[in-house]
Each structure stands twice: as C-alpha cells, then as structure tokens.
Design a protein around this ligand. Structure first.
Ligand SMILES: [Cu+2]
Length: 146
C-alpha cells in the first residue's frame, strides 16, 4: 500500500505541474529582435475626416495571412480606442474595436464618429496570438472632424 501511495504521489507531482503549465499558457510565436509595428499614417495628433486611410508599417517581420504558419511572419490588427490592451497570451478577439487584417492587408479605410480616438497596431501570429515579445505600435491619438 505504501508503494502505491508513493508511486501515486510521484506521478501526481510530475503531472500536475505539466498540466497546470499547459492550461496557463498557450504556445507563443517568438518575434525576431527589433521587430517593430507602427502606424505610417495618420500621424499622432492629426485631424482627419471620416472615412480615412490607415497605413500599417512593419519592420523585421513579414506578413502572412491568418492560419498560415511561416517563420517570422504575422498579420496586422488595429486596436481602436482599446485601453487596456487585450491579453498578450490569448488569441485576439474580433470586435468592432479589434479589427483583424487576416488576408495580409497593409492599409484600411476606417470610419469613425467625430471626436478624439486612439489607434494602435498589434501583430498576431497564424492563430491571432501576439508574438513573444509582442510586436505592438505606439498608440496614437487622432481627432475625427465632421
Ligand atoms: Cu487576427
């Protein structure tokens, strides 16, 4: 009986941390050193009339469509008025404020109501999960005028 208890406790002590680790973290795609996402336009502080074009910039990483797993690639996501950021270790949700460009688009026409808005880019891997470390742009603030 003592032997069974000992074996059981050894098995549990080995397996519980492994199972716990799998539940806690999804596999992350690593980003190369220096990978950088940025918003080419509009510029921080710009006034724009809606609809307007947002051009996405990316250095040190290539673009691949969603669900396409290829080293050192990802696809853009535009975060509109999103603060705090969505969790880094999960697939980015698709909402009207977290917009996926899963075909590999590098610009978009955006329509926003008049007022002050923030824009930020984050690259996601084939499963829409931010890289490790995350490739995320500065957050810019723009004013939409009528
Ligand atoms: Cu995505």
């Amino acid at each position: 009986m003592k032997t069974i208890t000992l074996i059981t406790s050894i098995v549990l002590s080995v397996w519980i941390p492994i199972i716990g680790a799998q539940e806690a973290t999804l596999p992350r795609t690593s980003a190369p050193d220096g990978a950088l996402a940025y918003i080419q336009s509009p510029n921080d502080g710009d006034e724009v009339s809606s609809p307007f074009t947002v051009r996405f910039g990316l250095r040190g990483l290539g673009i691949a469509p969603a669900l396409t797993q290829f080293p050192n690639t990802g696809h853009h996501h535009l975060l509109v008025d999103t603060d705090p950021l969505p969790p880094e270790n999960q697939s980015l949700p698709a909402t009207d404020k977290i917009i996926h460009y899963g075909l590999g688009q590098t610009e978009t026409e955006l329509e926003l109501p008049p007022g002050v808005h923030t824009l930020q880019m984050v690259v996601g891997d084939h499963l829409h999960i931010p890289h490790l470390p995350p490739v995320i742009s500065q957050r810019i603030t723009i004013t939409v005028i009528e």
